[in-house]
Ligand binder design. Structure first.
Ligand code: ZN
Length: 484
């Protein structure tokens, strides 16, 4: 092993990301790689960090984000993630990606989660990747291409219908181009109007591009409520048809009449996993968040407003309270706020725990970084799993918690040499205190960094220090599936 390192973290308790038992060791970094793990007492280093038994893990991988725009905005924009120990984000989820499509007017929801038309300037994934290379993010980016973005371009904005064969072929071609330019997979959001108008065959036709490129199929399924089992079957069929590994996004059983049904969905996923690769991500909260959809409001699901273009003053308030004040129904009030965003308290805590604890679960925040009053998952997801669910509730060991946010995720997505602590792996690292790590973001006060995350390194560079914030490092890279 080298006699001198750029960085040595001494006497840490290592959680290596594989789920293996923790062990005490020093970790040495040279350049962007881990160059030594063990007793490095003999070695010198430019910088020494005395961990004194604190936990050192691979940097966390946020398996599900909408950070397509945030990764272009510099270190401050990624503070929400780096302060949780996140070093890599998967972008382009739920059918929504910032390329390859440009917009002349405000995009139809939910594409507007990423911003108004001024942000939609990337006519190809290659242009987006060039921008990331020119103006790097502090975090690593792993990109999916969204079905809805492809549809807007291929169907000339007329998306409230199934695509013609010709349009689907055009989307397939555009997806293939993006995969050749460094994107890693294809995402759909079949739950959303107008994507729900896309039949299974259209999705398969577009996803065909994955076959040659070896990409992933990732989906916010058509239905996470009554027809959740049917939706899982549809997802599996799409994956099988094009030989693509499948990731079910933010797995949940939505709406009160479906509470408890993870006892049906998880065994279906488990059985299917014997025949084809299928995994899922999950966030550790019993409320979801997306754009406001007045047609889908229900009296038994409370809603909190996260943003509104015409009425920014209602962000953070309960829709029911605003409706009462405005003297109208919740539906009418929601309509009046559009375009807007919402948090829906639509899940059962027992399902959340059962899904989190499953061995195939990856942790993904699904955070919405441009919301005025975001769901607390944006700032709290990873420390909440480590602190609340692993340490305080004992839902699983800390080794397993770390695996769900590192090694397992890297292996599902094909992030070569990431998600593990071993010699030769990239030096994406997080130092945290297992005794105090916890989320502090709440529904009432959602923009708050975690406690207990001491420092985050990305490709060997210090990117976040507790109490100081983001550094000026911009060492993040575009990570492409199964490429070194
Ligand atoms: Zn989604």
């Amino acid at each position: 092993m080298p006699a001198h390192f750029d960085l040595v973290i001494r006497d840490a308790t290592i959680f290596d990301g594989t789920g293996a038992p923790r062990f005490r060791a020093d970790v040495g970094v040279l350049g962007d790689r881990i160059a030594g793990v063990g007793d490095l007492g003999y070695a010198t280093a430019d910088r020494e960090v005395l961990a004194d038994g604190l936990a050192l893990a691979p940097g966390f991988i946020d398996a599900h984000t909408h950070d397509d725009r945030a990764v272009l905005c510099g270190p401050e924009c990624m503070l929400c993630k780096m302060s949780q120990g996140v070093t890599t984000v998967v972008i382009g989820n739920c059918g929504i990606s910032l390329s390859p499509v440009t917009m002349k007017q405000r995009p139809v929801p939910p594409l507007d989660l990423l911003g108004d038309e001024s942000w939609w300037t990337f006519g190809s994934f290659g242009e987006y990747a060039d921008r990331l290379a020119r103006d790097p993010s502090p975090v690593n980016t792993f990109a999916l291409i969204g079905h809805m973005s492809l549809r807007v371009e291929a169907m000339n904005g007329d998306t409230r219908r199934a695509a013609t064969d010709k349009e689907a072929a055009h989307m397939q071609k555009r997806l293939a181009e993006a995969l050749a330019q460094g994107a890693s997979g294809f995402s759909t959001g079949l739950y959303y109007p107008p994507n729900m108008m896309a039949p299974t065959d259209e999705v398969i036709a577009v996803a065909e591009a994955l076959q040659a490129a070896g990409g992933l199929y990732v989906t916010h399924m058509r239905d996470e409520a009554n027809d959740v089992l049917k939706s899982i079957e549809e997802t599996l069929k799409i994956g099988r048809s094009v030989n693509a590994p499948v990731v079910i996004s933010h797995h949940k059983c939505s709406q009160p009449e479906n509470f408890g049904r993870s006892v049906e969905t998880l065994p279906l996923i488990e059985r299917s996993a014997k025949n084809q690769p299928v995994d899922f991500d999950v966030y550790p909260y019993a409320a979801g968040s997306t754009v406001m959809m007045p047609d889908r409001l229900r009296p038994d699901v409370p809603v909190q407003v996260t943003w509104s273009v015409p009425h920014p003053e209602v962000a953070g308030r309960m829709l029911a309270d605003v409706a009462a004040e405005w003297g109208m129904s919740q539906r009418d009030a929601a309509q009046k706020m559009l375009p807007a965003g919402a948090i829906s308290f639509q899940m059962d805590e027992a399902d959340v725990r059962r899904i989190l604890a499953h061995e195939r679960a990856m942790i993904g925040s699904d955070g919405l970084p441009h919301d005025a009053y975001p769901h607390p998952r944006l700032w709290g997801t990873f420390p909440r799993v480590l602190g609340h669910y692993a340490r305080d509730l004992g839902l699983f060991s800390l080794e397993q918690a770390v695996r769900k946010m590192t090694g397992h995720t890297a292996s599902v997505f094909g992030m070569t040499d990431r998600g593990v602590i071993r010699e030769g792996a990239y030096a994406d690292l997080v130092l945290f205190d297992p005794a105090t790590v916890r989320d502090t973001a709440t529904y009432d006060s959602p923009i708050r960094p975690a406690d207990g995350i001491r420092e985050t390194w990305i490709n060997g560079q210090s990117a976040y220090v507790f109490g100081e914030g983001a550094t000026r490092a911009r060492a993040g890279r575009l990570v492409t599936r199964n490429q070194p």
